[in-house]
Design a protein around this ligand. Structure first.
Ligand code: SF4
Length: 252
């Protein structure tokens, strides 16, 4: 039997709605109902541009030129409802990258980018935990910073980082690889360039690991085909509403 693999996206989906988890990861019927989302295309384009920017340093180009040329080549147009909506998003993305370039040029952070789009993985026995970090920087004191780009957010607080399941997973994964280093995580709101950081203590990491083991065990034992869907606030905007509606006990 193959060992189950859990990523922050899978765990967040399960916590939001176990039925959504079923339709996304367990029951093949779900995939026919997934719709392309413009905000996924937009976010993915920005992630790809920043990945290229940080992995292929081009000494001949200024940061702004390098970012905007990567932007033109990486643009994805799936999921937009009209040409106007797409043009607005394109303009917004351009402004975000111009600001990023200015801040990048101005920043004397002294940090060195170690990895971009880094796949992290840990075989935790009963299951495998995996995740993909947007960027990992190393600071002169040896500490490692996990940086997560958020394209849809204007502001981020320390509490946001501290309570973000994905950021906690990345910290746990990186701590497993580099047990002697100080690890912390940063969310970068691309629309404004604002950042917030939080580093979990050893005790918080141990508590989080215990909770994670319990959650993954629960998902592994869950009988997704036996459960009735329960109406919740997510349902009106959910891709799987028509599937859940087929269940006799589902009432809107
Ligand atoms: S429609 Fe509601 S119950 Fe069904 S998967 Fe979506 S969020 Fe869950």
């Amino acid at each position: 039997v193959r060992k189950p693999t859990f990523s922050p996206t899978k765990l967040t989906t399960y916590l939001a709605c176990p039925l959504k988890y079923r339709w996304t990861y367990v029951d093949a019927r779900g995939k026919w109902h997934l719709r392309a989302k413009s905000y996924y295309s937009f976010g993915l384009t920005l992630h790809r541009v920043l990945e290229r920017f940080h992995s292929e340093q081009q000494p001949m180009l200024e940061p702004k030129e390098a970012l905007l040329s990567a932007y033109e080549e990486s643009w994805l147009d799936a999921g937009f409802s009209s040409a106007d909506e797409m043009a607005d998003a394109y303009g917004e993305g351009k402004a975000i990258l111009e600001q990023y370039a200015e801040e990048y040029a101005a920043a004397a952070r002294g940090a060195n980018t170690l990895f971009v789009e880094k796949n992290l993985r840990w075989d935790m026995g009963e299951f495998i935990l995996c995740g993909r970090a947007d960027r990992i920087d190393e600071h002169p004191d040896g500490s490692l910073e996990i940086i997560d780009y958020k394209s849809g957010r204007r502001a981020t607080t320390t509490e946001d980082v501290a309570s973000d399941l994905a950021m906690s997973c990345y910290q746990l994964l990186l701590k497993n690889l580099y047990p002697d280093r100080r690890i912390f995580a940063t969310i970068l709101s691309l629309q404004t360039g604002q950042t917030a950081s939080y580093g979990m203590s050893e005790e918080e990491l141990a508590d989080f690991e215990a909770d994670l083991r319990e959650l993954c065990h629960r998902i592994g034992c869950h009988d997704f085909f036996e459960m009735a869907p329960i109406y919740r606030s997510l349902c009106p905007n959910c891709d799987f509403l028509s599937l859940c509606r087929q269940h006799p006990e589902f009432c809107v």
